[in-house]
Design a protein around this ligand. Sequence first.
Ligand SMILES: Cc1cc2nc3c(=O)[nH]c(=O)nc-3n(C[C@H](O)[C@H](O)[C@H](O)COP(=O)(O)O)c2cc1C
Length: 299
Amino acid sequence: MERYQRSSDANVITEQYMDSILIESRYIDSVKADTAVDFLGQTFSMPVMTPAFSHLKNYGGRDKNGLVEYSEAAKELNILNFCGMMENDMFKSIVDTGAKTVRIVKPYADNGKVRDQMQYAESVGAFGIGMDIDHIFGSEGYDVVVGEEMSYQTADMLHSYVTLTKLPFVVKGVLSVTDAAACAEIGAKAIIVSHHHGRLPYAVPPMLVLPDIKAALEGTGVKIIVDCGIATGADVFKALALGADAAAVGRSMLPALESEGTEGVKQFIRGVGNELRYIMSSTGFRTVDEIDSSVLYGV
Ligand SMILES: Cc1cc2nc3c(=O)[nH]c(=O)nc-3n(C[C@H](O)[C@H](O)[C@H](O)COP(=O)(O)O)c2cc1C
């Protein structure tokens, strides 16, 4: 007997939603577009960023850890780099690549560790600091990640991190207008709209909630990054059209990283940027700031 199939997997739901959004063309009067962007006071070559990854290996018997390899690629491409859970010595090797890097610290139950990692990041030259608030809970309460317990985070706690350093603070794992508004209130400079590759069953696709978040943050100056399932320039274009300032690739860059390290990631992300420029040119948007949702169908 055939069984009725459903999926609560937010990765699948997100991919299906992104692929259901279609793009019209506008060729007359259109010229080659420019993907450069200003983001938190710096100019980057494109609104494409690396993901806040952790726990990568030294692939292919190579000397460098995958985190260092993709950071080198970010440096060479002049894009904003992110990294996630790690000890301070690994973060130092990432910053030493010269990549402008945002260090996303875990919501550790040990609040002293949170503060230490944030202050250390500032002392060694991080571009920004942040926290992934979507990795607090696990199946039995507060999650335990590689032996480290996580904790709830109140708005006051987040505000205290904002005032801890002079660096811009980024909240990762925002998936509601409620949290987005709270981030603006506590003084965050950017948010990452994300469900952290499906941590929440039936999580709303980031691009579906994005227009409401964009509207709620109007006038606050809070920058919006989107991740989850971003694999192509078309995905980035759709995110920008729906209100994001930038999008981060994620697991889509892993095959290139594993097989060819820094060069592989460079090639992969350059391809994403090239497709973004192609679609911008074909839709009549000369600059990233001009992109809007009037060329999208199905939203
Ligand atoms: C191997 C791996 C490690 C990750 N580590 C972290 C982390 O330490 N902190 C964090 O905020 N997100 C972490 N993430 C989540 C990513 O930053 C990203 O939000 C997620 O993978 C969604 O994007 P994707 O669907 O494009 O992969 C990790 C993801 C992967 C695959």
